[in-house]
Design a protein around this ligand. Structure first.
Ligand code: PLP
Length: 413
């Protein structure tokens, strides 16, 4: 066991090399911007799966709930438990699949809410919950064209009816997920919405049938009293049209200040929440013709001032950015040179001859008027900004800023 002083010293040391800053004021601003698009009765679910896209799930969840979100979305049971252990009370939907009796017991114990997609799953849920003598709100997922989790839209009404008749399951919502909401061409999204509507109509007929069976004394649940909440929209659909919002929207990316597509940039003003920073650890002059880093992928064409920075691919900088990325120092942009190594990168600082060891380098984020975004890296690498945000490892401590004073985000246990 470390003493309190040793723990504090270790925490400070972890921030002496490289770290991720999480701007909570920007996060709250983004949540409020998203809320401003919604009708008053439409709920906002903030999606905090994958440790809140790398931002730190508990801190993000607390800030988002304060700023107007009322639901949280996670991918896995442990992600949900982490939020509950931090004392977060908001309803938590598990977006991923959960199938075993052991998983179901954990979900019930931690008051999480599962997604149901298949009859086998509904039956094992019902059986397990009956043995626990516990009732659970469940969310029915319909596949309207994503071909991922969900019951086929044409079978949705039958599935809802089955779940309705399973003891100990309460249908809390019915939802689907869009495959192409970020495309400027809405054709496929419209077809998915049409299928969602078709399923909704068929389910309404089922609901009437359910009321009839209730009158004959079979069962009462919220499908009989009130039609379950419907939801379909991710960030892109939320920014596209209110017509896609239904009773709730599930927003991840925009919470973190990024746009899913260029054509959606006009809708709201979002601020990036994450910045990645590192420290200059050595500065040197190299002669013309000197090779830099593994494989000599860079050779100085002139005498050059070179700085070493304490961050590398083991921290989450994709190695494929070698010789392609830039960083910011003192409000200026300078190029990274040579292969990115596991723990360190080299940068050409000839433009800043008096640069000192210990100065802060902005690897991702804003410095003065310049900004490097996750979407800039995504474009160079041919990927999406979601993947960039999720790539930063937990060797980098998350440091929350933008609150009343600097506050360190607890690392993940
Ligand atoms: C991840 C996820 C979201 C959030 O998507 P964004 O594009 O980041 O807003 C919404 N719904 C489901 C089912 C998801 O898996």
């Amino acid at each position: 066991m470390l003493s309190w002083e040793q723990t504090a010293a270790l925490a400070a040391m972890r921030c002496e090399r490289a770290w991720v800053e999480i701007d909570l004021a920007a996060l709250a601003h983004n949540v409020q911007q998203i809320k401003s698009l919604l009708a008053p009765q439409t709920q906002l679910m903030t999606v905090v799966k994958a440790d809140a896209y790398g931002h730190g799930a508990c801190t993000v969840a607390r800030t988002a709930l304060q700023a107007g979100a009322s639901w949280l979305g996670v991918a896995t049971i442990p992600e949900g438990i982490e939020l509950r252990q931090a004392g977060i009370k908001a309803p938590i939907l598990i977006l991923g699949a959960t199938n075993t009796a052991e998983q179901i017991r954990a979900i019930a114990q931690w008051e999480l809410q599962p997604t149901l997609c298949t009859p086998q799953q509904a039956l094992i849920y019902s059986e397990t919950l009956t043995s626990l003598n516990q009732t659970l709100p469940v969310h029915i997922k319909i596949d309207t064209g994503m071909s991922r989790l969900g019951t086929n839209w044409q079978e949705a009404a039958d599935f809802v009816q089955l779940v309705y008749h399973c003891p100990n399951l309460e249908i809390a919502s019915i939802y689907s997920h869009l495959a192409t909401a970020d495309s400027p061409d809405p054709t496929i999204m419209k077809e998915q919405q049409r299928r969602f509507e078709e399923a909704k109509k068929a389910i309404r007929l089922t609901a009437r049938y359910a009321i009839a069976t209730r009158l004959t004394g079979t069962k009462i649940n919220n499908l009989g009293r009130q039609f379950p909440r419907l939801h379909l929209a991710n960030t892109a659909a939320t920014l596209t049209s209110r017509n896609l919002h239904y009773d709730m929207v599930r927003v991840g990316l925009a919470t973190y200040g990024l746009y899913p597509a260029n054509h959606l940039k006009q809708v709201v003003e979002l601020k990036p929440v994450m910045q990645v920073k590192a420290i200059v650890t050595q500065v040197k002059t190299i002669a013309a013709g000197t090779g830099v880093s593994y494989g000599y992928q860079f050779i100085a064409d002139r005498e050059m001032r070179l700085a070493v920075v304490g961050i590398g691919y083991a921290d989450g900088i994709p190695r494929n950015l070698s010789n392609k990325m830039k960083v910011l120092i003192r409000g200026q942009q300078v190029p990274q040179v040579g292969a990115i190594t596991m723990d360190q990168i080299m940068i050409d600082v000839s433009a800043i001859p008096d640069l000192q060891v210990g100065e802060v380098v902005t690897v991702l984020g804003k410095d003065g008027d310049l900004q490097i975004g996750a979407d800039d890296w995504a474009e160079i690498l041919g990927t999406i900004s979601w993947e960039i945000l999720c790539s930063f490892k937990h060797r980098l401590p998350r440091v929350a800023i933008g609150e009343s004073k600097r506050q360190k985000v607890e690392g993940r246990r």
